[in-house]
Design a protein around this ligand. Sequence first.
Ligand code: NAD
Length: 351
Amino acid sequence: MSVFSHREFDRHELVAFHHDPATGLKAIIAVHNTRLGKGLGGCRMYPYASDAEALTDVLRLSRGMTYKAALAGLPQGGGKSVIIGDPRRDKTPEMMRAMGRFVDSVGGRYVVAEDSGTSVPDIRLMAEHTAHVGGLAPPGDTSRTGDPSPATATGTFIGIQAAVRHQLGREDLRGLKVAIQGVGNVGRRLARHLHEAGAQLWVTDSYAPAVEHCVTAFGATPVAMDAIYGLDVEVFAPCALGAILNDDTIPQLKARVVAGAANNQLAEPRHGLRLLDRGILYAPDYVINAGGIIDIHYEGPEYQWSVVEAHLRRIGATLTTIFERARAEQRSTHEIADRMAEEIFRPTARG
Ligand code: NAD
């Protein structure tokens, strides 16, 4: 298993492997770039089929965090960690404490937060052994859960406003037709923002009660899962799965804007170009869904939602800059976003 010649290796500053026989912990920490600050990123626990698969994931995800933090205007770099194991079967408190010691051993270059397979209580166990944790409310503060979904939903709503303004020349969302794929933690809250702004909603979800809630609370129209792509709407907001912008779905789209919170929406980078060819404006996922990382940044004793919200508004301004540059250069928005991020965290890369 190679590291330096790995296809996902991209000048990562640190890749550390750790095995703790006493707890069974097998973990990797990757720090991609710390030029703007410590490498912040979640700890993902997943039953990877092989060590190589875990390495691929941690290299890719940590790099993505650098881009996300840079365009979110945060003084942070990109990092990520993975634990090889099934969170339902293999996770123990002692293993989480061992992970905390591992995080501590890299001396603050990596700051751990929750991700799929880990939760706030797990991060609290890690915090017994390291100060390098993010996204935790102070002990005893029960006013917040540490769930970043409300901030992600608000940021996504602000991003949709920016995309609609740019593409459709509309300030007002009243009567705007929006299709939302996935109305879970983020999608449900996004639906509420859109409903309050007067938008008309079509929703789908593999979990029927989630759809029912939106029908009752926001007057949304329920749609079969496969039908969500081809609706005659102005905005398609993917808030469930990755890779949903692909060779099958892009030809079906009637929406002129794709803007939603799901991660890794483009199946491949070339699908960004296909959207451009079809005249569909795509809000790059890691820019529009940065609300969660912004929220985590402000977590702590001084937390104030008004401060978080003011920062979330910058997502709209950043997207507008991306859209304008993409239009001027006739390039895809995700390519422009990547380039803008690199100009921030690697300013001499092109020099
Ligand atoms: P969630 O699990 O709460 O909600 C996802 C919803 O999608 C669920 O209700 C699920 O039933 C539904 N779903 C699954 N497969 C589906 C399908 N094929 N068609 C339609 N619906 C389907 O997750 P979430 O926290 O709301 O996150 C949604 C997306 O946003 C994910 O891609 C996540 O990675 C991304 N994201 C979330 C945050 C956050 O703060 N939660 C931050 C950044 C990015």
